[in-house]
Design a protein around this ligand. Sequence first.
Ligand SMILES: Nc1ncnc2c1ncn2[C@@H]1O[C@H](COP(=O)(O)OP(=O)(O)OP(=O)(O)O)[C@@H](O)[C@H]1O
Length: 310
Amino acid sequence: MCGGRNVTNKRARLIYNPTSGREEIKKRLPDILQRLERGGIETSCHATVSEGDATLAAAEAADRGFDIIIAAGGDGTLYEIINGLAEKDNRPPLGILPLGTTNDFARALGIPKHWEYACDLIIQQYSKPIDLGRANNRFFINIAGGGSLTELTYEVPSKLKTMIGQLAYYMKGLEKMTRLRPTELRIQAKEIGEIHEEIMLFLICNSNSVGGFEKLAPDASLNDGMFDVVILKKCNLGEFIRLASLALRGEHLNDPHVVSFQTNEITVTTPDYVQLNLDGEYGGTLPCTFTVLPSHLNIFVDEAGISTYK
Ligand SMILES: Nc1ncnc2c1ncn2[C@@H]1O[C@H](COP(=O)(O)OP(=O)(O)OP(=O)(O)O)[C@@H](O)[C@H]1O
């Protein structure tokens, strides 16, 4: 698979989550379909009805031979869709309409939040091959993580997110900080050998845009065939808050509590019960081996790289 421009009439399947973000898709759908149609993309729709439905819909769309798949929703919807596509031999290029609450991945790719601009990127049909991550038998596009803080993204109730948007994460984060505790982990990768100690959290990043922190893995690139791993060792609440403020500025990597490196495969095991977070969703439990699938999916992006995330 390789990137490039290809402008002819195409058939697309738009998979949308009607509950994403502030439910904007419900009123925008006719305009979106009309804009895509005028741009030469005939689009039919699937509205997801429950958790996991987008995975089935994406797998079915690939089997039915659609030329393009469009993910309309947030990071959770995107995660489900890539899980429906990752194991297919035929993986149509993916367009993204970022209509969720945080839209970390779209932000990392510079895909505009405004629906008209985002549609225009799909119409333009310039795609770029992107790495995916495999975590045991699931897939992620943005980030995998474990440790008590990473559990918060799937603890935020959807209704709360719809009402107050991203603020819901921060409120939950503050509540969660008081419950921070380290976990005994064994982390193995050929670049570092083995780390066996108490860890607050580990993050395996494909992009550099994670939970509102845009400099958490400052060198992460979506198509370098590598994960950027950031590990936070045991620390107290005061140290954690200091490190979080350093991380906002991308100045945390030299701190003695932080280990960071690049790898294309990493295995994490634990004697404890530790849940995994994949792209903000519950992703099973440890042990887990994480592997990069290089340039595995083509995604429509801004050809000139000039769109700013609005
Ligand atoms: N019809 C539905 N009703 C309720 N939940 C749904 C429905 N369809 C999908 N979902 C679930 O909604 C969850 C959240 O969706 P999504 O990520 O698109 O929006 P968001 O949470 O607002 O955005 P973000 O993840 O970017 O913060 C997904 O995990 C998905 O499984």
